[in-house]
Design a protein around this ligand. Structure first.
Ligand SMILES: *[C@@H]1O[C@H](CO)[C@@H](O)[C@H](O)[C@H]1NC(C)=O
Ligand SMILES: *[C@@H]1O[C@H](CO)[C@@H](O)[C@H](O)[C@H]1NC(C)=O
Ligand SMILES: *[C@@H]1O[C@H](CO)[C@@H](O)[C@H](O)[C@H]1NC(C)=O
Length: 287
């Protein structure tokens, strides 16, 4: 039975990927990435990490540029006067932003604190006025084992930037023994369909260090809810993979296309903090 289900999931995922790549031009960098990960997944021993053909400093800059462009600039598009003065443009579409954080045991409590720091820093880059004017609402889900898929806090006009940061910072570490990514995506589906504003741009960021364990328990694993989020609710889905135990293909299947603009992969939590420091340095205005 499980084998049949697995084949179904596989063929469904192939269908989804093929249909989406037909509309998305395969970029050169994506091919390089695919080759790089095909290569690294063949060599799973730790020494393979030393073989990587990229320079850490350059990689930090590359990811920072991508996050700055595709997350901050594209979603929180700033407007300028003719003299180059920033104007707050409150006529633009409001944004509902859902954060999904893996809190499974593989992360470890020390890295979990770093993950919270990553998310707090991410929020800190955003403009306080976007929160106070209700232009931006943030909500968060943490997920590990099936009974530890938790809606930590909901979209609310009452949350300003500092309350969102302190909510994130006080997220409890559940250290669940598995990673219920599919179930967490179904919760995201409910949150966006029931609690997001109909006129808002919907954005999601999923941070994980591993791969889903509930792929055979729910129909089509992560694919069905991910496709629903993107196609039915129009959510722009970003995935953030941290460390060398991530499942690159799964993160690709979850995020929006083009993949290169929506999937960010870093070696560890410290590297992600460096990336966000670069984003902060390179930002030339509040968003
Ligand atoms: C990585 O690139 C930076 C500049 O982009 C350079 O300064 C540094 O020496 C390089 N590191 C290695 C190990 O090649
Ligand atoms: C944010 O909200 C909290 C709680 O409602 C409030 O105590 C705090 O003063 C607010 N901060 C700002 C900067 O408005
Ligand atoms: C988060 O909480 C820790 C203490 O638990 C504190 O040291 C840190 O400054 C807080 N960070 C933010 C961004 O509030």
């Amino acid at each position: 039975m499980k084998a049949v289900l697995f084949c179904l999931v596989l063929s469904f995922s192939t269908l989804v990927l093929v249909s989406e790549s037909a509309t998305t031009r395969l970029t050169y960098s994506r091919w390089i990435n695919l080759l790089r990960y095909a290569h690294s997944s063949l060599q799973r021993d730790p020494t393979a990490v030393e073989d990587r053909q990229y320079n850490r400093t350059d990689h930090v800059q590359l990811i920072a540029d991508s996050i700055l462009k595709h997350f901050f600039n594209d979603i929180f598009t700033p407007s300028f006067t003719e003299d180059g003065e920033l104007v707050h443009n409150y006529d633009r579409v409001p944004v509902d932003f859902l954060i999904m954080l893996d809190s499974s045991a593989s992360i470890g409590s020390e890295n979990f604190l770093k993950a919270l720091q990553v998310l707090s820093t991410w929020i800190d880059i955003l403009d306080e006025e976007d929160f106070s004017s209700d232009q931006l609402r943030v909500s968060m889900v943490s997920f590990s084992e099936p009974d530890q898929v938790i809606h930590e806090f909901a979209f609310s006009p009452a949350l300003n930037k500092s309350s969102v940061i302190s909510y994130i910072n006080s997220t409890e570490y559940h250290a669940g023994s598995s990673t219920s990514t599919a179930q967490a995506l179904w919760l995201a589906d409910t949150i966006f369909s029931k609690h997001a504003r109909p006129d808002a741009a919907k954005v999601m960021l999923m941070a994980t260090d591993g791969w889903s364990h509930d792929v055979l328990e729910l129909p089509f694993g992560v694919l069905w809810p991910a496709v629903r989020l993107r196609k039915l609710h129009g959510v722009q889905v970003f995935t953030l993979g941290i460390g060398d135990k991530i499942n690159h293909n799964e993160l690709e299947a979850i995020c929006s296309k083009p993949i290169a603009n929506h999937l960010f992969e870093v070696d560890d939590y410290d590297m992600m903090l460096e990336v966000l420091e670069k984003v902060k340095e390179n930002q030339i205005f509040p968003f």
